[in-house]
Design a protein around this ligand. Sequence first.
Ligand SMILES: Nc1ncnc2c1ncn2[C@@H]1O[C@H](COP(=O)(O)OP(=O)(O)OP(=O)(O)O)[C@@H](O)[C@H]1O
Ligand SMILES: [Mg+2]
Length: 248
Amino acid sequence: MMDTASRSIGKELLRASGLVRRFGGLVAVNEVSLNVTHREIVGLIGPNGAGKTSLFNILSGQLGPDSGNVSFAGQDITGASASVCARAGIGRTFQIVKPLVSLTVHENVTVGALLNYPLATAREKAEEIIGRVGMRSLLDQQAGSLTLESRKRLELARALSIEPRMLLLDEILAGLNASEINESIHLIRSFAHQDGLAVIMIEHNLHAVMSLADKVIVLDYGRKIAEGKPEVVVRDPAVVAAYLGSDD
Ligand SMILES: Nc1ncnc2c1ncn2[C@@H]1O[C@H](COP(=O)(O)OP(=O)(O)OP(=O)(O)O)[C@@H](O)[C@H]1O
Ligand SMILES: [Mg+2]
């Protein structure tokens, strides 16, 4: 079972302040600030279109913010490129999984490991990670021929391949069945508790968020409308109203 109480959550790893990102007249991310410490699991929730993926895109260098700033492990990474963010230790998955379809599972993960290692070592590291996410039997399978569940695991393995200090997981449980979800919950917990990674997970599955997260942040129309312990946040009237007002 979860044992967050006896687990020391470390010092600050990520500090984002006043992040704003506009698309034309739409403010997709509106004055969002958040702090994440080492080993912390943060649930990022909110209705469709709330700005969750856009916030990830800013934190991982896919999008520059219009204003605000981001520091990670003491380094200012505001507006830095995706490769700089990866080198700093931010690994992410994509909501729309995008493996290199013509490459094998092993090759897909090796590509990420090449960030830190020469080819032979990268291949070994990749194999370890693939085992960790339970895909060893699929090592030589072409990514394009995988089931959705396996593509999601591959996405996770690719995020881990850069040996991140923080993992950003964008709806990695969507489309999985109950037992696959439970396996993934155990895996995510082990990343934080055994490997010491910080995790921010965007997730519509509230059961998973409630069982994993040390802290939950709620976005609605780009703004942070609540932050705190999961059991408190889900009872917050503003959060309930945001969900009742959505299509979810
Ligand atoms: N590249 C873009 N260009 C224009 N608008 C965008 C772009 N990316 C996102 N948006 C808009 O910004 C808003 C926030 O989108 P975002 O994908 O961040 O939401 P989300 O919370 O991840 O939603 P979902 O739960 O559906 O994945 C939406 O209105 C979306 O249409
Ligand atoms: Mg999204």
